[in-house]
Design a protein around this ligand. Structure first.
Ligand code: G
Ligand code: G
Ligand code: MN
Ligand code: NA
Length: 250
């Protein structure tokens, strides 16, 4: 309850900030892009993780203005990076349902004069559960802005395979729960392998999240994934530090 009240002013008071985690190409080992991850620097409680406040922001609808701010910030940030580095943003179900989403994305891109192909929207399977016709059309409208659409946390939802058939996602991001027990976990390995093949057959980029160890990196590399995101290369970092990492390499 307290949090609901203070969140209302947090945006105006400049208490939100974005951290960025690099995605690294397995082919070149260069940073191909960064995922923006929201943080709340609370005056009394210190840094608050999104898992704590995003559910409340969704419940209150505050995620809509916060999300619009995130889109503006990431487009400005990415426009300061080299042209080949993209930026990824998470969209929550409430944002996705909001009638002004397409406009918010278009406005953020044009205000920053960003090449729209450098913006990736990450959508989880849970976002797509209902109103499928409407959702597919919305994805199409976003796609027409020139942005890329990624299916995030792949493998944890309900209707993921159906959606892969219905909409040509640009990227599949395998959820980190399938990486945790690699290389030993036989079931995880089988699933990760299948998703790599699926992505290739469907012409979608494949990313693995949550890679922490050399053994995991070797395994996903052998399975032919395009990109890796995980602590092995970097944790999410403030914008100032990520610019340095992009310049110097992971
Ligand atoms: O590292 P981390 O704890 O930052 O992120 C936890 C979850 O919070 C992620 O799975 C992500 O989907 C969600 N999240 C992070 N940043 C944002 C954001 O800017 N908008 C939305 N809607 N969700 C976010
Ligand atoms: O939106 P999504 O749920 O995909 O957000 C990615 C989440 O995964 C963030 O909370 C981020 O901090 C977390 N993450 C990224 N890399 C790693 C990793 O190597 N290990 C663990 N445990 N978490 C990670
Ligand atoms: Mn994500
Ligand atoms: Na994920």
């Amino acid at each position: 309850q307290q949090m609901k009240l203070t969140m209302r002013d947090a945006l105006a008071r400049g208490q939100f900030e974005l951290h960025y985690q690099p995605l690294v190409s397995l082919q070149t080992r260069h940073v191909t892009g960064c995922e923006a991850l929201l943080r709340w620097r609370h005056p009394e409680r210190g840094m608050i993780a999104p898992s704590e406040f995003i559910p409340i922001a969704e419940e209150t609808g505050l995620i809509v203005p916060i999300g619009a701010w995130v889109l503006q910030q990431v487009c400005l940030q990415a426009s300061s990076w080299p042209e080949h580095v993209s930026v990824a943003v998470n969209l929550s179900p409430v944002q996705f349902k909001h009638p002004k989403l397409v406009k918010a994305v278009a406005d953020a891109i044009s205000a920053a004069r960003l090449n729209p192909a450098r913006l990736q929207l990450e959508i989880t399977e849970s976002v797509l559960l209902d109103e499928s016709e409407h959702n597919l059309e919305l994805l199409q409208q976003l796609r027409e802005l020139g942005v890329k659409i990624a299916m995030d946390d792949f493998g944890t939802g309900y209707s993921s395979l159906g959606y892969l058939r219905s909409f040509p996602f640009d990227k599949i991001k395998v959820d980190r729960t399938f990486v945790r027990d690699l290389p030993e976990g036989k079931e995880s390995l089988a699933i990760v392998r299948a998703v790599a093949g699926l992505g290739q057959s469907l012409g979608m980029m494949t990313t693995v999240e949550g890679v922490e160890t050399e053994d995991q990196l070797k395994t996903v590399n052998a399975e032919g994934f395009d990109e890796v995101q995980g602590y092995i290369f970097s944790r999410p970092l403030p914008a100032s530090e990520i610019s340095k990492l992009i310049a110097d390499g992971p």
